[in-house]
Structure formats: structure tokens, C-alpha cells
Design a protein around this ligand. Structure first.
Ligand code: ZN
Length: 405
């Protein structure tokens, strides 16, 4: 056998494996499409400013397979949704006078919402090493929700002064949340200004000297920010107190050396009292400037790492349209009306829209998961009967197929 034949066989074999892993089963796609169609015939999605947004649609293989669509009215969009039952619906955060215009320069850009796209995969959680990035466990859900609340409560409201009414929150339909700021103050900002907002949130370019005026002077008291200070100073002080109160585990996770952790814990009360008063010098620490600089820098990076990457600087970006279905889960990208709605939102309960008639599927290797508070699985290459919403979730996650009848 020639090497070419061997390579060809290897190539076909590899394609077959990739198919098994990534390409959706034809029966599943048909099954899901008919469910999506029925959903859209009964539920209006209701997009604000529909006539000025560009729309993009995807099938079960690709989230955006075509874009540059426009709809004059909500009814026109809804009709399209019922007819086509797309697996993914995305729209622009930008508003245009001619959303279907091509290339982009011909759309007549009017302005854009400020968008944050937070996804659990960006958190690099320990659990993800075990279950992979396409699966989402309870820890993933709660961690990304905390991160989203932090962005709103620690940055968007106090530092930028956005009101709760201007902050639109919705579940992404899979692993995270989308935030859109709808405000005249940011509408006209270009990419560079959006990048500055991102830099502020990520703390990039923070100069320690601005917060610790005596940090480079020997034999002087180290003065630093207080928790009540505005902006990053306050965040550093609050973050440091939280870190010390968080105990050994939290500090070790931050990469602080064991001996330093012991020293901080031993003098915990004095250090916290000091920071509360802007005195970061309550305990004798050798090389104190380097010591605090090291921790504060680690802390600011950790605080903002995941948020930073998700500030959308690209004004042409399309994101999931609220209240549409997600083609990888069958859950709805639900609009959450307030910060409180986000706090109490449970994706695997409140994101469910399909019924509970039983469906028989063949599940591959699947860890236990919870929907509507009920545990399903674990499964190991076996047939199983479960409510429609759970069956659809597994099939769209590519870990189950419809069972042979
Ligand atoms: Zn997880």
C-alpha cells in the first residue's frame, strides 16, 4: 500500500471521528428545528429598536452562518423566525440607518450599546479541566453569575454611574450572561473609547505610585488607599481586606507564599484596621513596598481578568438576541429585568421552555446534571427516558441522540 493510500485512509478515518464528535445528528437537527418552530409560533421575542439593528442567523453547526439581515418591524422578524426556525439568532449592539447595507461602511452607523459578554469558559475553573469546556456544571453557573454581579455592582454602577435601568442583562442561553448598556452617554463612543473602558475595568496600566505615594521612598510610612476611596484605590483596599478575611485557601490560590500567609493571618486585625485608615504599615514587613506591590498586582489581575477580555470593543459584533433559543442547549436566552432577577436566576430551571413529555434517547458518557431541581444521569452509553427539555439539552450538547425505536 502506498503512503498516499495510507494517508487517505487515515484522513477519512479522522473525519469520521470528528463527525461523531461535532456534527449534529440529522434526526436531532430535524427534531430540534420543529420544536424551535413551534416555540416561535407561540412566543414573541420582542426586540427593541428592531428596524435599526443588523441580524445574523445560525444553524446547528454554526452560530452565525449568515448576517446583514434587516427587519422593518417586530412582526416581520417574528414571521421569519416561525418560517425558518433558526438555531441561533444574533443582532447588532450597533444601530444603523441601513442595517442590511454592505460592506459595513454602507450601513450608516448611528451608535452602539456598550456590551459585555461573560462566559464561564473564560474563568478557567478547576471543574472545567474535569468536564471540558462545552459542559456546564453547577459551579460554572454560580461562578459566572458572581462575576457578572461583580461587574455590575463593583464597576458599572459605582464607577461609571450607570443606573439599573440602563443596564440590560440577559442569560446567554448556555454558559454565561450578556450585559448591554443602553445610554445616550455611551451611544456614540468609538472603538478607542470603548477600549479605554475595558482598560479601566481590567486595571491595565495601573501605576502603584498613584495609590501608594510613598512606595518608592525608603524609611517612610507606607500610605495607601482606603476601602472608601473612589475607583481602583477603593477596590484595592476592599479586595485586600476580603483576601485576608478569606483565609489561607484564598491567599494560597492567589499564589501568596506560605510564610507570608501565616504572617498576614497572625496580624490580621492590625493590618485590616490599618488599611481601613489608609495606613498599610501597621505591621513590620521587610521589603514592604515589593511585598504589597506583588499582592496588589496579582489581585487586580485576578479581579478583572475574565471581565476584560469580554468588553466588546468591536462595534460590529453580533450577540445573541434576548429571548431567543440557544441551538446548543434548547434553553432560552432570557431577558432578566433587574439585578435582583439575575441574583435569583437559575439557568437550568428558569431557562427551560420545553415541556416534560418523555423522550427516549441514547446517551453517551454523561455526568449527572440537574434540571428543574431534578437529577439526571450519570449515563454511560445507554438508552434512557427523560423529559423533553432534558433530552433536547443532551442532544444539542452532542452527547445523546434519539434512541432507535
Ligand atoms: Zn464546571
Amino acid at each position: 500500500m502506498s503512503i498516499i493510500v495510507i494517508l487517505a485512509i487515515f484522513y477519512i478515518f479522522t473525519l469520521k471521528i470528528i463527525n461523531v464528535l461535532y456534527v449534529i445528528d440529522e434526526n436531532v437537527a430535524k427534531f430540534a428545528s420543529s420544536l424551535f418552530k413551534r416555540y416561535y409560533s407561540k412566543n414573541r421575542i420582542g426586540v427593541d429598536s428592531v428596524a435599526n439593528r443588523e441580524f445574523g442567523f445560525g444553524d446547528f453547526e454554526s452560530k452565525i452562518s449568515y448576517r446583514h439581515r434587516e427587519f422593518k418591524t417586530d412582526a416581520e422578524l417574528q414571521k421569519y423566525m416561525v418560517e425558518q426556525a433558526p438555531a441561533f439568532v444574533s443582532y447588532s449592539a450597533s444601530f444603523y440607518s441601513m442595517p442590511a447595507g454592505r460592506p459595513m461602511e454602507n450601513k450608516g452607523w448611528l451608535g452602539a450599546e456598550l456590551v459585555f459578554d461573560l462566559d464561564a469558559t473564560d474563568l478557567h475553573l478547576e471543574c472545567q479541566k474535569a468536564h471540558g469546556s462545552s459542559w456546564v456544571c453547577e459551579n460554572c453557573f454560580s461562578s459566572i453569575k458572581d462575576e457578572t454581579i461583580k461587574l455590575i455592582e463593583d464597576f458599572l454602577m459605582p464607577d461609571f454611574g450607570f443606573s439599573e435601568k440602563e443596564i440590560r442583562i440577559n442569560f446567554s442561553g448556555n454558559r454565561g450572561y450578556h450585559i448591554r448598556i443602553k445610554s445616550d452617554d455611551i451611544f456614540g463612543l468609538g472603538s478607542d473609547e470603548r477600549k479605554q473602558i475595558s482598560d479601566y475595568i481590567s486595571g491595565s496600566g495601573i501605576k502603584m505610585e498613584n495609590f501608594f505615594p510613598t512606595i518608592n521612598q525608603r524609611n517612610t510610612k507606607l500610605e495607601g488607599p482606603r476601602p472608601t476611596d473612589y475607583g481602583w484605590g477603593g477596590k484595592m483596599a476592599k479586595g485586600m481586606i476580603e483576601l485576608i478575611n478569606g483565609g489561607e485557601g484564598k491567599m494560597a490560590a492567589m499564589g501568596i507564599k506560605k510564610a507570608d500567609v501565616q504572617m498576614l493571618l497572625k496580624n490580621k486585625q492590625e493590618i485590616i484596621t490599618g488599611i481601613n485608615n489608609g495606613n498599610w504599615d501597621m505591621v513590620r514587613i521587610s521589603k514592604k513596598a515589593e511585598f504589597w506591590r506583588g499582592i496588589v498586582e496579582k489581585m487586580t489581575i485576578k479581579q478583572s481578568d475574565s471581565i476584560d477580555r469580554n468588553v466588546t470593543k468591536d462595534v460590529y459584533h453580533l450577540l445573541r438576541a434576548p429571548n431567543t433559543l440557544h441551538g446548543d442547549t434548547g434553553l432560552v436566552a432570557k431577558r432578566l429585568g433587574s439585578l435582583h432577577s439575575l441574583q435569583v436566576f437559575e439557568p437550568m430551571k428558569d431557562g427551560i421552555v420545553f415541556g416534560d413529555r418523555h423522550v427516549r434517547v441514547h446517551a453517551g458518557k454523561v455526568s449527572a446534571f440537574y434540571m428543574k431541581g431534578e437529577q439526571f444521569g450519570p449515563y454511560n452509553d445507554q438508552d434512557a427516558e427523560m423529559p423533553l427539555y432534558a433530552a433536547l439539552y443532551l442532544m444539542l450538547k452532542r452527547v445523546a441522540t434519539l434512541a432507535e425505536v
